[in-house]
Design a protein around this ligand. Sequence first.
Ligand code: A3P
Length: 325
Amino acid sequence: LQTLPPVRLAQKYFQIFPDERDPLWQNPCHDKRHKDIWSKEKTCDRLPKFLVIGPQKTGTTALHSFLALHPAITSSFPSPVTFEEVQFFSGPNYQRGIDWYMDFFPVPSNVSTDFLFEKSANYFDTEVAPKRAAALLPRAKIISILINPADRAYSWYQHQRAHQDPVALNHTFHEVISAGPSSPAALLSLHRRCLQPGAYSSHLERWLHHYQPSQLLIVDGVQLRSSPAQVMDGIQKFLGVTPYYNYTQALTFDESKGFWCQKLEAGRTRCLGKSKGRKYPEMSLESRVFLSEYYREQNVELLRMLKRLGQPLPIWLRDELHNAS
Ligand code: A3P
């Protein structure tokens, strides 16, 4: 029997099996051979039961904060690196492995009733995320929030400006969305990042390739913003989480913030920070018309998909397609 030192052996292995260079993590407890060599000190339960996948700017932080109020639901610990989000399935963190990921979750005190979750808003439109998520969390439930993709793009653009992105500061929203192949590379890149997540039906099809329709819930972000308690009731049912938590009592509308917030004692509230629910001028009619056309096919596909899945149609989607027809 011949062998090599570990590093050279690994190099040799990946020469023979180049496809395996990219890991695809699975739950060690789902395979007896893996479970047998998995350390006795470790558990396989420090993993989320559900994911909030985004996309960005649809109300994901509000949903995260509302979920965290539930006594049986526990969020991942905030990451100091990635703006609080773990962003495991979507980027270089994936290479750090499942021990790294599990460390973001508390050891559940009662495995069957604790609902661990994490929200990373860029999972939604990251090509590899559904495949990776399904490999590790095949039984997880998946929640996505959708608002009109035009409003999402506009909110995202305002977010970039607030973060001093030089390209967003130097170009109007209309210039960003209408950029074409002859535009400078930096503008084109911003254009893509702004508009690509709004291709909702294409992204959702990818998730549905790896998860059953019954595992997916699509939340209307406009409704989440206007009637969060009602939306949270639907989410509790979808998750099958007990005890029932009364969000009507837990949330209150804060007039000065202009949003629903957590109700505290003595008439006080806890709202999301300044970066959520920003004040900015309305989108121009020109841009709205442009984006209605731009997203039309995707929106029609989304309508078909939601009908097929038997999921309720968001009001914004009906309005959008009604106005466009
Ligand atoms: P704007 O700041 O453009 O208004 P995300 O958390 O996914 O980045 O989404 C941010 C958006 O969530 C905000 O976009 C805001 O409109 C929306 N939102 C919905 N409910 C909210 C709430 N209760 N408090 C603050 N923002 C909320």
